[in-house]
Design a protein around this ligand. Structure first.
Ligand SMILES: Cc1cc2nc3c(=O)[nH]c(=O)nc-3n(C[C@H](O)[C@H](O)[C@H](O)COP(=O)(O)O)c2cc1C
Length: 449
């Protein structure tokens, strides 16, 4: 009898916390965001609660308005290597761009992280949402959405082929004969695409996981098709159960179109929980953070999502629905987040200040304030109602916001049999319940009988 289906839970690390005013709250530690021990401690907190992984977002440009908020700062793969040294089972997922990296170099970074961590690496594949990056790489313009995805498909094909280029048993270590490895088991890949050409072979042995877990966070049609073909785990942002159910069913169907099993794709929406002993106290905590926001910062964020100037709007007047009516004619990569905002305005008719507070929590991801039981209930509902295979937990503030989640909500989920009480494996694939892929160059396994 197969084991009961259980949640996957990641801690999405954002230096001071996901709330845009987290760094101003006394419970956060903004002075430590360049201190590696801070992240190692967060890693140990996540591992002690048996979480699947920690995850870092990334973008090769300064897009945070640092006048009013802390910028992420440290490069995630480097940081995860340090967290790997401080943990033994915790998965380690970093974001890296297919637009602003070269396949061979990126393949080396993630392969090394997988070797160093004993098989715990994951790569969140993004094409980079911000057009600020282009000028940092000598480009006059940020490639458009379709171009970025065309390159992204070739990029992943080339990287996975590089990771496959050493067969698992290529290394012989035959000291007596003086043979270190069998060159016949190390293959050039000769990848030739429209955007990329990579000869190979790779210059490192196959990793403990076969290759790092492929993660993605696409939301557009192009992004979803990409996810259906490549992603083993998908991060996503939804406010409502019904939207999450639609997305979940769509992605699983797209995976099936590529001949993949639905279980080979894990879908993890984001949730940013304000947790306290009573619902009233949790809502009070959320208000405390919202009152620390700087409207100018929130307005700039919203303008970068919508591409519309909001300067004419009064802070304490309801936001006219038509302001976001143009959800259709913005560049693709903002469309998904813009539709989230347009939906909130249409349904809730907030004032501009109210809308800024709604988005201050987690950049369009779902914010939930309640008791530990209420947080566990809503997680269980989405998990059992076809909306999620797990969650990217996005504490509004660090480190305390993660600690309260792991100390109060995780035990409830464990009691309900929804989440592991012990790790049953050592790799990220074990935690996500994903198979170890075989190298395309390896001989077909012989089936007896
Ligand atoms: C949980 C989550 C994390 C993301 N992290 C990043 C990131 O670190 N860097 C980035 O450039 N984009 C990030 N994105 C944006 C996506 O990569 C993507 O651009 C966006 O979801 C729009 O989808 P599309 O690419 O299909 O248009 C993230 C999205 C989600 C939902």
């Amino acid at each position: 009898m197969s084991a009961p289906r259980q949640l996957s839970l990641n801690a999405f690390i954002y230096p001071s916390g996901h709330h845009e005013a987290a760094w101003r709250h006394p419970d956060s530690r903004p002075e430590r965001i360049y201190d590696v021990t801070y992240y190692q401690e967060i890693g140990r907190t996540a591992e002690a609660a048996k979480l699947d992984a920690v995850f870092f977002a990334d973008g090769p440009a300064l897009r945070t308005d640092v006048r009013h908020n802390a910028a992420p700062g440290l490069e995630p793969i480097t940081l995860l290597t340090a967290i790997a040294a401080a943990t033994t089972h915790l998965g380690l997922i970093a974001t890296a761009s297919t637009t602003y990296y070269e396949p061979y170099n990126l393949a080396r970074l993630f392969s090394s992280l997988d070797h160093i961590s004993g098989g715990r690496a994951g790569w969140n594949i993004v094409t980079t949402g911000t057009d600020l990056a282009a000028a940092n790489f000598g480009l006059d313009r940020h490639p458009d959405h379709a171009e970025r995805y065309a390159r992204a498909r070739e990029f992943v094909d080339a990287v996975v082929a590089l990771w496959d280029s050493w067969e698992d048993d290529a290394i012989l270590l035959d000291r007596a004969a003086g043979i270190y490895a069998d060159p016949d088991k190390i293959h050039p890949i000769d990848f030739v695409g429209e955007h990329l050409r990579v000869r190979g072979p790779f210059n490192a042995a196959r990793t403990p996981q076969g290759h790092p877990v492929l993660v993605q966070a696409g939301a557009s049609n192009e992004g979803r098709a990409f996810a259906g073909k490549y992603a083993e785990a998908i991060f996503t942002a939804h406010q409502r159960l019904s939207d999450a159910q639609t997305f979940y069913a769509d992605i699983k169907a797209k995976a099936a179109e590529y001949g993949r099993d639905a279980d080979e794709v894990k879908i993890l929406p984001g949730i940013s929980p304000f947790i306290a002993d009573t619902e009233a106290a949790a809502l009070r905590l959320e208000r405390e953070f919202n009152e620390l926001t700087v409207p100018e910062y929130g307005i700039k964020q919203l303008e970068s999502i919508t591409g519309t100037s909001l300067r004419a709007l009064a802070l304490d007047e309801p936001v006219p629905v038509e302001v976001f009516a143009g959800a259709g004619d913005v560049t693709d990569n903002a469309r998904s987040r813009l539709q989230v905002v347009a939906g909130i305005v249409e349904r809730e008719r907030p004032t501009l200040r109210g809308l800024l507070h709604r988005l201050a929590g987690a950049r369009g991801h779902r914010v939930f304030a309640g008791t530990p039981e209420q947080v566990a209930d809503t997680i269980e509902e989405w998990f059992t109602q076809g909306a999620a295979d797990g969650f990217n937990v996005m504490p509004p503030y660090y480190p305390g916001g993660l600690e309260v989640f792991t100390e109060t909500v995780v035990p409830i989920l464990q009691e309900r049999g929804l989440f592991r009480t012990e790790y049953t494996g050592t790799t990220l694939r074990d935690h996500f319940g994903l198979a170890r892929p075989r190298s395309r160059f390896a001989p077909e396994p012989v089936t007896v009988g």
